[in-house]
Design a protein around this ligand. Sequence first.
Ligand code: G5P
Ligand code: MG
Length: 259
Amino acid sequence: MSAAVATKLRTAARMILIGPPGSGKGTQSGRLLNQFKLSSISSGDILRENIRARTPLGVQAETIIRQGGLIADNVMVKLIVGELSKRGWVESRPTLTSGVTMSGALEILSGAAAKATRLATSESPSSSFLLDGFPRTRKQAESLDEEVDMNFVVNLDVPTDVILERIAGRMVHEPSGRVYNNGWNPPRVPGIDDVTGEPLTRRADDCPETFAKRLKAYEESTAPLLEHYDKAGLLWTVRGNSSDEITPLLDAEIVRRFA
Ligand code: G5P
Ligand code: MG
């Protein structure tokens, strides 16, 4: 569903997509990339990349993901903040926090207090980005707050019975994160990615038992996360049984806030 003409933003959108497994975060991300030329990071895709590459993190994460658990907060924060920095979407800058004395400030400015840095974001619309699947706990959210000011948090509220039906049919192109569904948005050629012609696969954590555990992990960690962003005045919840119902509502809200 790619739009013919992208909508231009007036100011930078730094968005977070929260939603249960299978709620359509990846689907909406793909559509937003086309519609608003946003860049995105999917925490799950990065972990799966590490698993494929057999990095130490990937080897550790593989078992946890297969069991439907969550990766430790400190590991995830380091991974995603590092990725933001690596992609040049944010950069380190000296920060003066309240309570900093003049001599302390001079120390910071002279580079002596190298640790006291925070990520600087540009308000240029071309610096807009989207996080899919991170943060997933309040602790992760608090750590992200210390690094960068996110300005819009979307909660995809999709009923569980609707989600369960979808997962059996999911096929993915792992290198790009593109998702398909046998019944709903099948690839042009069965089992083949539309863009690269490479084979599609099933996710190892999409079997019914693991999926039930993922849903449980989501339910346990999400209420405090949503409360955190609600208090910060950033949370916007959208309900719907299908991604096609949600997309126009989400697009309109982004236009209202950033275009
Ligand atoms: P992930 O990869 O972030 P989940 O569990 O959060 O995984 P998932 O499964 O990727 O989320 P999604 O992206 O919300 O789901 O959904 P999707 O892929 O777009 O859509 C699901 C399917 O439904 C697709 O086949 C799609 O085509 C279809 N579909 C979409 N819309 C519709 C519709 O309207 N109708 C129909 N019929 N079909 C539709 O995380 C994986 C694991 O990594 C770890 C955890 O272990 C996690 O379990 N992890 C983290 N751990 C700690 N902290 C973090 N921040 C972590 N991030 C990841
Ligand atoms: Mg996803």
